[in-house]
Design a binder for this molecule. Sequence first.
Ligand code: BG6
Length: 483
Amino acid sequence: MALPDTFLWGGAIAANQAEGAWNVGGRGPAVTDVNTYKPNVDPREYALHHTNTLASIEAAISDPDDTYYPKRRGIDFYHRYPEDLALFAELGFGVLRVSIAWTRLYPTGEELEPNEEGVAYYLALFEEMRRLGIEPLVTLSHYDPPLALALKNNCWVDRSTIELFERFSRTCFERFGHLVSRWLSFNEIDGILRHPFTSGGIIDETVEGSLEQACYTALHHQFVASARVTRTLHELWPESQMGCMLTMLTTYPRTCHPDDVVATQEKERLLWLCTDVQAGGAYPRLATALLERKGVTVPFAEDDVEVLRDHTVDYISFSYYMTMTESVQPDVERVPGNTVLGVKNPYLESSEWGWQIDPVGLRVSLIDLYDRYGKPLFIVENGLGMRDEVTEDGRIHDDYRIDYFRAHFREMIRAVDEGVELLGYTSWAPIDFISASSSQMSKRYGFIHVDQDDMGGGTLERRRKDSFTWYQKVIATNGADLS
Ligand code: BG6
């Protein structure tokens, strides 16, 4: 069992969780700047749809502090990236997935020209990555629509956002295309159905009509935007590649009762919808029929059908943390997962946050995706969020993290051995930072520890955990030594 020599190992981070410097360098506010940290909340809460109201947004805007808005401070990657990149280079990274904050380039989303200070920042970042031999894999939109657009017209619900996003994307391709050749359009594009504010800039109470309709309208606009920017990228840089990005929530039936199987099928149909459109080029008939039964209309306009058909993605990327289980029984135990609440799988252990750990599910997911689309795959997120303890000698003995990765890498390599074409793997996240769902700092994913607590206290010092040395060895041996 061996991975190809071209296999890319690395890590993945997002601007809104790492950069901080939310009001520095001309950056405008993004929706994540008003996401609050809520102490002592049951992890189940994070899995449920909870929204930002106009009142909570206004309160956040009038509060210049970052204590309760941890994504405003991140881990100060904005200023500390040279040190962090040096640590990633020490790990042996061939690739680092980052995202570009839309509001660093276009503070409200509507400017006609980009903010040059924002452009200069990303140029310097990508140049430093290249200098260190780390390829940038860049997400254009990772949970940070401009807050101004959310307040103006619910951002992605309004079709005009497509053109604004095209302007932003074109700037990225023109200014960074000589340094970046692999892109992703939308992080976890399906997420808009679970967290409309963070993914789509949708404020529930200002939506006209049903929220479900608004979410599917916004999702359609993101599909079209993704296809259009894929066209632009290929025009400007024919050798460059655009990928889609899915939350891979592979779902098992709770029992072999046929009703559980049908319920599972239906759930997965809406999961596949996103990749069917972005990789296959059209809405699948069964998904369309399911949406019609829900009373949802897809707002096709102009040349949408042709654009979706002609500008599909070059590769498929996904996040994988856990699998889901489905049952028609109302009284089964439920557990939280990645912004979802699902049925408990009795065969799996869960993390403290309730996410069910399932390494075999990664192999299942890889095989399902490759079998369905036959396009190259990229695992762009996978990891374990845990509380870490710094021992008296200043070390972090995170054997549980090593165990998690080892088990997942075994299954990943098996899938490749079975014939799956996998371009690479970026762990989430190589360095501790702010959790997307809970805005906690204490939910740590990294090989590198960052000295900061949930309320922003700490020195921000970076420290190598035990898993650092282990991942370094895995990369150096291209996955051959997982001991
Ligand atoms: C993915 C997101 O869904 O899960 C990341 O793309 C996020 O932004 C990751 O951080 C882990 O979730 P959380 O809530 O533990 O940070």
